[in-house]
Design a protein around this ligand. Sequence first.
Ligand SMILES: Nc1ncnc2c1ncn2[C@@H]1O[C@H](COP(=O)(O)OP(=O)(O)OP(=O)(O)O)[C@@H](O)[C@H]1O
Ligand SMILES: [Mg+2]
Length: 230
Amino acid sequence: MPAIVQVQRLIKNYYLGAVTVNVLKGINLEIEEGDFVALMGPSGSGKSTLMNILGCLDRPTNGEYILSGRNVALLNDDRLSDVRCRYLGFIFQSYNLLPQYTVVENIELPLMYQGKQLNERTRARCIALAKLVGLGDRLDHRPLELSGGQQQRVAIARALVNDPHVILGDEPTGNLDSTTSVEIMEMLISLNNAGKTIIMVTHENDIAANARRVIRLRDGQIESDVRNRN
Ligand SMILES: Nc1ncnc2c1ncn2[C@@H]1O[C@H](COP(=O)(O)OP(=O)(O)OP(=O)(O)O)[C@@H](O)[C@H]1O
Ligand SMILES: [Mg+2]
């Protein structure tokens, strides 16, 4: 099976006035469909920069990114957001929920952004996703009426609404206590067991131990890439 994510000689620069900041320095990476990758490395090593490119939220300065056989570097903004909707779900450290919307409405958001007609069928799907993440009894709560772990579960349900192939998480357990982190990890593991490819950033070794593969970045380059035993 070809890799779902193929990255070749990936370079990302930021330009601050006359200064070029070379953040990613030629990353080569292949990720198989169904894999579970933990991305680690010191602060500033380029993890979020890489995740944003993998998540089609940002573009590389140079190099190739082939997602499910498609060279996404060549797509215009509309096609890129189409690919993002169809293949990818993103979970952030700070949940990124809209405070004025209920749990179900937050899960519906990606559909709304795509201009999809919301109807009873889409509503039923979002309720089913809320139940899947254990929030069946919180459908009409707003984010501020939920715990951090519950908010992150809403974000996971929202990431699943388009049935993505790949789920990307940038420190999805970064704001959670250790018990709640374990809950969220169990949810990601069961999604991975159901066939979803997962790529997540973490600073915690015991969180990374749940992944199948651990990639470490240092100063914009891959320093190590190892498979966990279990
Ligand atoms: N928009 C930007 N403009 C200029 N430099 C940037 C920008 N975004 C990130 N950088 C720089 O790129 C480098 C990598 O940042 P990045 O956010 O990818 O690190 P990270 O590995 O995710 O760190 P952390 O663990 O702290 O989240 C940093 O040195 C940062 O200053
Ligand atoms: Mg980061």
